[in-house]
Ligand binder design. Structure first.
Ligand code: ATP
Ligand code: MG
Length: 257
């Protein structure tokens, strides 16, 4: 994995630690499933440089349902992508379950995303030629699970999102809310500990959005999955156990749990 972190300056100006102690050196709590310290992302360089995330420090506890809110362009997606190991920070670090993602090889990152992390996106991201059931079992197929295991786990995941009977339909035969439920089932089928949901209700009407928000909340509450969502949807944010507001790449409220 290539890294240019060592050569780039870390922007710690906004940290509010006591004298002589950068908040970015604060110890990682043992109870944290994901922590960030001094996490920054700069896109482009020179006059074109955009600092999308600025020296973010945060600790996320297992089973939290966390909302990251803020205006368009405030850095929510960029932050989530770094926390999920999808995008590399310009500086700072992400600690996932006690391990620095910096030290992961590309293959280890792929494995982490395949086994520990689920993703849900605004536009569902289902494969049009596959049925709902086939979309859900796909991650298990890729992981080499047996037919019996795929059948059982995909069935459970679909049940969890309340989609028992519509599993042979293709995505275009389903409503937006149903497609998002399939996408959530697909994200959960491998039994991840963390689910990232970037604008999961962004393409849904408000009533359907609340159904999806409720499913996400129950996944955190009842299954102990840590759910981290970026959203403009205040109904969804209100259902979360904690809300962090971003502006210009920084949190405007305290990131402590
Ligand atoms: N790949 C990229 N290259 C250059 N700039 C980028 C890239 N991705 C994001 N940015 C910039 O970084 C900033 C933060 O973008 P980001 O997508 O994280 O915002 P967001 O809060 O998720 O916005 P939205 O609510 O619209 O999804 C923006 O100024 C954006 O233009
Ligand atoms: Mg975004």
């Amino acid at each position: 994995m290539t890294t240019n972190r060592a050569t780039e300056a870390t922007t710690h100006a906004s940290n509010q630690a006591g004298p002589g102690l950068s908040a970015s050196s604060a110890p990682i709590p043992a109870s944290s499933i994901i922590s960030a310290r001094g996490l920054s992302k700069v896109f482009g360089s020179g006059d074109q440089a955009v600092t999308a995330v600025k020296a973010v420090d945060m600790d996320i506890r297992p089973g939290e349902f966390l909302a990251v809110t803020g205006r368009s362009g405030s850095g929510k997606t960029t932050l989530l992508n770094m926390l999920a190991g999808l995008d590399q920070p310009t500086s700072g670090r992400v600690i996932f379950d006690g391990r620095n993602l910096d030290e992961f090889s590309e293959a280890q990152l792929v494995n982490l995303r395949r086994t520990r992390i689920g993703f849900v996106f605004q536009s569902f991201g289902l494969i049009p030629l596959l049925s709902a059931y086939e979309n859900v079992e796909l991650p298990l197929h890729i992981g080499g699970a047996s037919w019996r295991e795929r059948r059982q786990r995909a069935g459970e995941a679909l049940e969890l999102v309340g989609l028992g009977s519509r599993t042979n339909h293709r995505p275009y035969e389903l409503s937006g809310g149903e497609q998002q439920r399939v996408a959530i089932a697909r994200a959960l089928v491998t039994g991840p500990s963390v689910l990232f949901a970037d604008e999961p209700t962004g393409e849904l009407d408000s009533v359907t959005g609340i159904t999806i928000a409720t499913i996400l909340r129950d996944i955190a509450r009842e299954r102990g999955v840590t759910v981290i969502t970026a959203t403009h949807d205040l109904s969804l944010a209100d259902m979360c156990s904690r809300r962090l507001e971003m502006a210009d790449g920084e949190f405007t409220n305290s990131p402590s749990p």
